[in-house]
Write a protein that binds this ligand. Structure first.
Ligand code: SF4
Length: 357
């Protein structure tokens, strides 16, 4: 992974997310990867142990599509950010084991202050969240006092607390359309998603200049070459990709939407421009289809999120066995963030949003 830009970004980010969140609930010093330095007995059947601990803790395991396939296979629910938030909002379990990245586990905690939320690796951050520090964001927002602030869910709890409403890539278009037309909008932190939503809705928005280190590496030139090599394949792309890539796509959507497109399309081949973890459920849904991962432009040729991939099945087991790392979100940040997250869930459930405070 030496040539991988995304991996270098993670290394620079080590410790930053940790300080911003819940280290004070941990009794033991952590390694750089957020885990106590313990060795897992290699003879253990990890899947069995995880199932046993799940019963013992009365836990639910939620996993994002960008997780390793063995983690997806052991999860109770696998989905995109919206689906995972909805599951977190309605779970009756006492503990949530969140196999995803830090902002996702924080969102689960925002929705469930009384439940224990465990994240297998505290360093599992996100370039979008890292590049939108709340203090800088708060200063920047002062220029736009009349604007409704819509933040993509890929941001810290503190940034959510500064926002009027949250969105995911599944519902961003609906959320923007739900804001009265006479209200100007600030959209953060993903500039590519923001630009794509502007195109879909015809709304002008002020964009925070963030980007995802994984999706930004898909280049128009490489994708065009892949399309030429596979003329029958449809290109499907996540809206975190650059506009020049999205203009080539046959379908643009969230990970759930891309999966649904593959499931129902009569086409037999697809070029997939998003994190490669989505290929696991796609292969299950369409074993007959040819799935061609789009190559990023970094040296490693792998479209893997370096943050998501910090989680492993061993770390899922360890976090359940040891009850840490645990996510904590201080009040009143949590209550302010909850207001914005609840608005998103309400709009997704068909309720009306009347604009920011
Ligand atoms: S794929 Fe991109 S947006 Fe998603 S968690 Fe990784 S860095 Fe963040």
């Amino acid at each position: 992974m030496q040539g991988c830009v995304a991996r270098r970004v993670v290394r620079r980010g080590i410790g930053k997310d940790v300080r911003m969140s819940s280290t004070n609930v941990l009794e033991l010093p952590l390694t750089a990867s957020g885990m106590t330095p313990r060795v897992v007995d290699p003879t253990l059947d990890l899947e069995d142990e995880i199932r046993r601990l799940k019963r013992q803790l009365n836990a639910v395991i939620l996993a994002h599509y960008y997780q390793e396939s063995d983690i997806q296979d052991v999860a109770d629910f696998v989905g995109d950010s919206l689906g995972l938030s909805q599951e977190a909002a309605k779970t009756k379990a006492d503990a949530i084991v969140f196999c995803g990245v830090h902002f996702m586990a924080e969102t689960a905690k925002i929705l469930n202050p009384g439940k224990r939320v465990l994240l297998p690796d505290l360093d599992a951050g996100c370039s979008l969240a890292d590049r939108c520090p709340p203090e800088t964001f708060a200063r920047w927002l002062k220029q736009y006092p009349e604007h409704t602030v819509i933040s993509y869910i890929n941001c810290s709890a503190a940034v959510k607390a500064l926002s009027d409403v949250i969105c995911t890539s599944s519902n961003a278009v609906d959320i923007v359309r739900s804001v009265p037309k006479d209200r100007p909008i600030v959209f953060a932190p993903d500039r590519h998603l923001g630009r794509w939503v502007m195109k879909q809705t015809g709304r002008d928005m002020v964009l925070w200049p963030g980007f995802c280190v994984v999706h930004e590496q898909f280049s128009q030139r490489r994708i065009a070459r892949l399309k030429a090599e596979h003329p029958d394949a449809l290109l499907i792309a996540h809206p975190e990709c650059e506009e020049s890539v999205l203009t080539l796509a046959d379908h643009v959507g969230s990970t759930s939407s891309l999966l649904q497109f593959v499931r129902t399309s009569p086409a037999k081949a697809f070029i997939v421009a998003t994190e490669a973890g989505i290929l696991h459920p796609m292969r299950r849904a369409r074993p007959d289809a040819k799935l061609i991962p789009a190559e990023p432009s970094s040296g490693c040729n792998c479209a893997l999120c370096p943050y998501m991939r910090l989680n492993t099945l061993e770390k899922v087991y360890l976090c359940m066995r040891d009850g840490r790392p645990e996510i904590d979100v201080p009040e009143p940040t949590r209550t302010d963030a909850l207001r914005a997250v609840r608005r998103m869930l309400d709009v997704s459930a068909g309720k009306v949003f009347v604009g920011g405070d």
